[in-house]
Design a protein around this ligand. Structure first.
Ligand code: GLU
Length: 467
């Protein structure tokens, strides 16, 4: 059975690097019919907040990543950690160290002066004398004095650390609280982890955790340390590169499956396949195939994937998602045509909302450059003539009705399409560009089309009169 976990420290929002780590663990557990657990590493009470935990769980819900059982909170487990500290003390595998801060600082200075790496010198390791008075001891674990700590990393290969590189590190502070590497090892062991996939910023915590595993006689999991995500500039990914909070992607109009697809490929590949449904990820994902070198964040690729998933979403789903962006189409009579058009053109749900609003709302003002370009010469007269053409035409409903009308108009007037196209565009949506004009007219209807044309003509007349 495969058991994996995601173990965030709730110090802020869930960032995309964290979500990628979670996804890899999730896929590996689900692929193997195993379990995926969530552990909240909230022992640092000064830096952690319940609010941050809530946000992490919210982000999990948004992407649809389900975990097994209830989240485990380290802050609920202090008694458990304490019992293991006592056990190690009892067995002589850990000891009390009475060194004061001043003594430690002095030792460090001396070591630095000798150009040695600062490390605890083990002076209380075999201490049997009378402890100094007034010093609350810390508890240190006995690290091996010689040899090497060796483990196989599923991504980076064999990792070898000389015993001399790891000192007898603190497992409980003088106030009794346990330290990070100690509790992580205990939790991973007791929660039954078989595979630990995490960021490679933890690579050098692993030897310390292995010392804890061995002292307590726990079985080691397999470790996979995932290289980090770099920004498009090759530097560490940060807020500078845009949104890093997972929920910010939702606010920007990304679909969760696009974000997951993007993240799975950021550091892992299967041939040159780019698009992965969840089923395909489950079929092909293996943490041993994660790239050993860092991957680079490419915002255009995310947009490209999002456009793909938007195109393939049902109009009903999109209509529901659009409500977050203030657009209510669920029971709109033009819902299908609107969404058929805009899901082909837009890369985010937010963009769909903006562009549809632009069509549905009578323009409040006009793009100045567009007016200059479109309303040259006799453009106003042509537009007026087109308005009359619409008024005298019979029933107009479908885009093809409007298209036929425009064709008839340009051939009667003996003008190019652009001569009516440009002014009409400005009248309808206030700017150049945008969707097909016949579509827009069909969506807003004959009356509204006429209203928009007349508004632009009035605007032009007023501005001519005042200039
Ligand atoms: N809590 C750690 C973090 O947020 C993760 C620890 C781990 O995965 O072992 O970076």
């Amino acid at each position: 059975m495969v058991v994996t976990r995601f173990a965030p420290s709730p110090t802020g929002y869930l960032h995309i690097g964290g979500l990628r780590t979670a996804l890899y663990n999730y896929l590996w557990a689900r692929k193997n019919g195993g379990e995926f657990k969530l552990r909240i590493e909230d022992t640092d009470l000064s830096r952690n907040s319940a609010e941050a935990t809530k946000k992490i769980i919210e982000a999990f819900e948004w992407v649809g990543m389900d975990y097994d059982g209830e989240p485990v909170y380290q802050s609920d487990r202090f008694d458990l950690y304490k019992s293991y500290i006592l056990k190690l003390l009892d067995e002589g595998k850990a000891y009390k160290c009475y060194m004061t801060k001043e003594e430690l600082d002095k030792l460090r200075e001396e070591q630095m002066a000798r150009k040695e790496r600062p490390r605890y010198d083990g002076r209380y390791r075999d201490f049997t004398g009378t402890p100094p008075e007034g010093v609350e001891p810390v508890i240190r674990i006995k690290a091996p004095l010689e040899g090497e700590i060796v483990f196989e990393d599923g991504i980076k290969g064999t990792i070898t650390i000389k015993a001399s590189e790891v000192d007898d590190f603190i497992i409980a502070r003088s106030d009794g609280t346990p330290t990070y590497n100690f509790v992580v090892a205990i939790d991973d062991a007791l929660m039954g982890m078989t595979d630990v996939i995490r960021g490679d910023d933890h690579l050098y915590n692993t030897p310390k955790q292995i010392i804890v595993y061995e002292a307590l006689g726990f079985r080691l999991p397999r470790f996979y340390h995932v290289p980090m995500i770099l920004g498009p500039d090759g530097k560490k990914l940060s807020k500078r590169h845009g949104a890093t909070d997972v929920m910010e992607y939702k606010a920007q109009g990304f679909l969760p499956e696009a974000l997951l697809n993007f993240l799975v490929r950021l550091g892992w590949s299967h041939g040159d396949q780019e698009i992965f449904t969840l089923e395909e990820m489950l079929e092909h994902f293996d943490p041993s195939d994660i790239n050993a070198s860092a991957s680079q964040y490419n915002p255009d690729k995310l947009l490209w994937l999002n456009a793909h998933y938007i195109k393939n979403s049902s109009n009903e789903r999109l209509a529901k998602l659009l409500e977050d962006f203030g657009l209510y189409l669920l029971s709109h009579d033009k819902r299908e045509i609107l969404l058929d058009i805009f899901k082909e053109r837009c890369k985010t749900v937010k963009e769909i909302a903006e562009q549809i609003k632009e069509v549905l709302e009578t323009p409040e003002n006009y793009d100045e450059k567009a007016i200059k370009k479109a309303m040259k010469g006799n453009a106003a007269e042509i537009l007026e003539a087109f308005a009359q053409k619409i008024e005298t035409a019979g029933e107009l409903h479908l885009p093809t009705d409007y298209h036929a009308l425009m064709e008839a108009f340009v051939s009667e007037m003996e003008i190019g399409f652009g001569k009516i196209g440009m002014p009409l565009r400005v009248a309808l949506i206030g700017r150049l560009g945008g969707p097909d004009l016949s579509d827009v007219m069909s969506i807003v209807g004959k009356e509204e089309t006429l209203l928009r044309i007349r508004r632009l003509l009035d605007f032009i007349e007023t501005s001519n009169a005042s200039s």
